[in-house]
Design a protein around this ligand. Structure first.
Ligand code: ADP
Ligand code: MG
Length: 237
């Protein structure tokens, strides 16, 4: 398993955002955390990333106990719904950022950035500023930046949530394709069941701070444990 969360509980004051959650995510798998807003998906992702600490429970990444490891030591790439690009830097510089702070040799950075921009189909935009990109292109840049440092885990929190339906659909197909090419262990948060069904190898349904169901898209479509959360696209019996 690449990611193991065991018995994670997280409270905000009296409110229990995660209630004894355990999840196992195999290496190389594209996993969707699916569920309604407020269910605890982002909190779970942030605990995996090390941006938040659970009150109890453990996190291990690639067999290493990461429970008390700071985010920057976990070798995870992160993409949020609203990408905070460096506005004054070019697209290429934005993608190179993580490599430059690691003092990677210049020639290696140049080659890696070229490779990444090709991968996300932005090679002709290398010298533009992020403000000159469309929303979809900006999220592709964010993915290139997250992948630059060869993370062992890629975490995406509603990465396409702010985009319109057509671009969202395009990026969803593209992400599937990208993952086939670069099979980094990926956890993808979404409240959109169609997106989860189309993109993911496996879906973890998170609702009211608990894991309600884990299964392949087909399993969940055929036999949703909670029709309200996961059933209304599938057969109604
Ligand atoms: P989701 O991503 O599934 O929409 P979240 O994990 O963001 O859900 O949030 C789960 C619940 O925890 C929500 O009710 C949210 O208001 C609450 N919550 C999340 N972060 C905080 C915080 N920093 N302080 C207080 N409450 C929070
Ligand atoms: Mg969220």
């Amino acid at each position: 398993m690449s990611i193991e969360v065991r018995n994670a509980t997280k409270r905000f004051g009296d409110f229990v955002a995660l209630d004894d959650v355990s999840v196992s995510i195999p290496t190389g798998q594209l996993t969707a955390l699916l569920g309604p807003s407020g269910g605890g998906k982002s909190t779970l992702l942030r605990i995996i990333a090390g941006l938040e600490t659970a009150d109890s429970g453990s996190v291990s990444i690639e067999g290493r106990d990461a429970t008390h490891e700071p985010a920057q030591k976990r070798n995870v790439g992160f993409v949020f719904q609203h990408y905070a690009a460096f506005k004054h830097m070019t697209v290429a510089k934005n993608v190179a950022f993580g490599l430059e702070i690691r003092k990677t040799p210049k020639e290696e950075i140049r080659e890696r950035v070229d490779e990444l921009l090709r991968l996300v189909h932005l090679q002709q935009f290398a010298d533009r500023k992020p403000s000159q990109l469309s929303g979809g292109q900006r999220q592709r840049m964010a993915l290139a930046r997250a992948l630059a440092v060869r993370p062992s885990v890629l975490l995406l929190d509603e990465p396409f949530g702010a985009l319109d339906a057509k671009v969202r659909k395009e990026l969803r197909d593209w992400l599937r394709h990208l993952h086939d090419e670069v099979p980094v262990t990926t956890v993808f948060v979404t409240h959109d069941q169609e997106e989860a069904l189309e993109v993911a190898d496996e879906i973890v349904v998170v609702n009211e701070g608990r894991v309600e169901q884990v299964g392949s898209p087909d399993d969940l479509y055929d036999a949703p444990a909670n029709r309200f959360v996961m059933g209304f696209l599938g057969p109604v019996t």
